[in-house]
Design a protein around this ligand. Structure first.
Ligand code: AMP
Ligand code: GLY
Length: 425
């Protein structure tokens, strides 16, 4: 098969690493890719959001199968455009990708299918949203309905803070059209985890659980980021919690979308709050998490491309995946200033030394080549993943590899995995 992978982050490097290793894959092309992906695939400078450009590229390169990594092209209808052009593509169509594209859409599906989630209301009028907040009281959560690059959620500790969030989203339009509608919901308490399932429209098979570290600094301090590190499996997701997540959240959502005539194919990512009532849904995403993908894929022994093809073809019923029993842990190295403004073009040394540590993989996110030099080209720059018999062993290995990287303009958290290690100690 000639395979086209769409995207340019650490998630896509992990996918490229696994797809390139598939016996089914004759050639792997990536649009637009990065310096690390270029070691696994031929990179072509077409942006992931450029739908006509990606369709043209797939035609020109006689692509048999497209794998779409990020949410924006999925929500914008890339899979629809490819399939309509006769090109098989892995990922949800636009109508099903609304699970991530519209928080209100997901909440209404939860109501229809009795999926456990926070009580909520949807608003298109700022005054009505504020009146609801005043009546409901704080703490309370304000969410922009549409895609806001992970920044559209305010967990407000006071009514005043929640009112300000409504003004920012609905009146000042800080997230553009994504904030024309808001969802106001109750606060959920517990421990957060990410749960992933591979879906073919009707059936779902578990891809396992992971825990992300969203805040930028150690001890979960500082602003939210795309994710500073992750590990898998997540001890908080016991076999019983995993079963409840499949039965009460993943499968009812698939059934609800199939009933609506918009079946979901692709990776369904449930953001969970695990508390006294078991797992409750915070949100759905319609793709692998990043960095979560960088700890799930290295644990997979089965052929990822075969699994994606089976999902696209509606053939997961008798499909099984084999997993490594070991834990994987990923430490993200970011450019100083992230998640704010960062400086591009700083030189990174020592990646080969990091890769030489046993059971370590180095995935690139924002990187590019300048001659022979590897330079930073984004906020999150590298993901250092290690496998180990325990999370503690994987953590020790990952930081040994991190410490061999010489990049003064970069930083990372030093406590990735601490929660899991404390839980299992
Ligand atoms: P989201 O973009 O929906 O994943 O929200 C971002 C983050 O906000 C989540 O990872 C949670 O930490 C937090 N969050 C969102 N909704 C709630 C809620 N209802 N209760 C508590 N925390 C929430
Ligand atoms: N790491 C969280 C996400 O990919 O949405």
């Amino acid at each position: 098969m000639r395979v086209l992978l769409v995207g340019s982050g650490g998630r896509e490097h992990a996918l490229a690493w696994a797809l390139a290793a598939s016996p089914l894959c004759d050639e792997l092309i990536c649009a637009p890719g990065n310096a690390g992906i270029a070691e696994e695939a031929r990179c072509v400078p077409v942006k992931a959001e450029d739908i006509p450009g990606i369709v043209r590229l797939a035609r020109e390169e006689r692509i048999d199968f497209v794998v779409v990594g990020p949410e924006a092209p999925l929500v914008a209808g890339l899979v629809d455009a490819l399939e309509e052009a006769g090109i098989a593509a892995f990922g949800p169509r636009k109508a099903a990708a609304a699970l991530e594209g519209s928080k209100g859409f997901t909440k209404d599906l939860c109501t229809r299918k009795a999926i456990p989630t926070a009580a909520y209301e949807r608003f298109t009028d700022a005054a009505m949203a504020k009146a609801y907040i005043s009546a409901r009281g704080a703490p309370i959560v304000v969410k922009a309905d549409g895609l806001a690059a992970g920044k559209g959620v305010v967990v407000a500790q006071s009514v005043e803070e929640a009112h300000k969030a409504v003004d920012a989203m609905m009146t000042e339009h800080v997230f553009g059209a994504a904030g024309n509608e808001v969802v106001i919901e109750d606060l959920l308490v517990g421990e957060e985890a990410s749960y992933f399932a591979l879906c073919d429209g009707t059936h779902a098979i578990p891809l396992g659980a992971a825990q992300d570290h969203k805040r930028v600094y150690d001890g979960d301090r500082g602003p939210n980021t795309g994710g500073m590190g992750a590990y898998s499996p997540a001890p908080v997701v016991t076999p019983d919690i995993a079963r409840q997540t499949m039965d009460r959240i993943i499968l009812p959502a698939l059934q609800g979308l199939a009933e609506a005539g918009t079946p979901f194919k692709g990776v369904l990512f449930a953001g969970l709050m695990i508390g006294a009532k078991g797992p409750q849904l915070i949100e759905f995403n319609v793709r692998f998490g990043d960095p979560e993908c960088q700890v799930l894929v290295p644990r997979l022994h089965s052929d990822l491309l075969a699994a994606f093809v089976a999902a696209r073809d509606g053939q997961l019923k008798n499909f099984a995946l084999r997993w490594d029993d070991r834990a994987a842990l990923c430490v993200v190295m970011a450019a100083q200033g992230y998640p704010g403004t960062v400086r591009a073009g700083t030189k990174i040394h020592g990646v080969e030394d990091a890769k030489a540590v046993d059971d370590v993989l180095v995935f690139h996110a924002g990187t590019r080549r300048e001659g022979d030099a590897l330079v930073a080209a984004g906020g999150r720059v590298l993901g250092i993943t290690a496998l180990g018999a325990t999370v503690a062993e994987a953590q020790a290995r990952a930081y040994r590899a991190v410490d061999s990287i010489d990049w003064p303009e970069g930083f990372c958290r030093r406590d990735i995995g601490a929660l899991a290690i404390a839980r299992t100690a």
